[in-house]
Design a protein around this ligand. Sequence first.
Ligand code: AMP
Ligand code: MG
Length: 268
Amino acid sequence: MNTSIYRVRRGTKVRLQSWPTDDSTKFGGTKSTAKATLTELNLRLAELQQMLYAQAERRVLIVLQGMDTSGKDGTIKHVFRSINPLGVSAVNFKRPTEQELARDYLWRIHQHVPPRGHITIFNRSHYEDVLVVRVHGLVPESVWSKRYDHICDFERMLADEGTVIRKFFLHISKEEQKRRLQERLENPSKRWKFEHGDVEERKRWDSYQEAYEAVLSTTSQEFAPWYIVPSDKKWYRNLVISTTLIETLESMELRYPSVPGLAGICIE
Ligand code: AMP
Ligand code: MG
């Protein structure tokens, strides 16, 4: 599977309408073969992660963004399910607390970046500070408009210091969001995720899409690329993200560390 077609090249002016929300025919298999493929990918990802953890040199930061119901939680559950929990953490960024709002917007983010040997998944991120904040005018434009540059500089610093960054925008259609919100209302096991605010946010769909287009057009860099993942089909989304992460880890030349001075050790 070639996932580089979903990568946003630096300088691309992104118009989300021309990026697919469903591209699953590219997989050439059924949903059930996709599940079997995902299980294999899960195991490969776990092998690579074990080496990342053992080597304890490199760090990986994964950013997940997307509209409500786009599948950020589901991605974490299905893509990372085989990984050794010792080496991975997921951080949810919710509405900032008073303490967080009293500082600059990157303060709460920076303290959660991955340490050596670890993968950290951001479930929402610093990008909320140019998404929800822009859409709702929580700070003036003169403030949020400077943040695209800050964010690029922040990510460049992380990359220069050895963190590999991959960012995924889970792209769903407005119709698919309607189906998923409806499902949350009707299915008792999903109802807990329903928030009244979701209905209000849906009314601002176009403003959010515009805000995402600005993010995707200005913050996809070689060292921290965005992928626009067709996410109407959850199984296809999982395959795209797993495959991209495996390729990323494979490109990092991970290996188990050698332990010197073992010759002659005798265990009695
Ligand atoms: P959920 O992902 O459904 O748990 O919802 C988290 C909520 O927190 C979303 O409505 C986000 O827009 C909101 N949120 C996250 N970060 C920020 C931020 N920096 N400023 C305002 N709201 C935020
Ligand atoms: Mg929600």
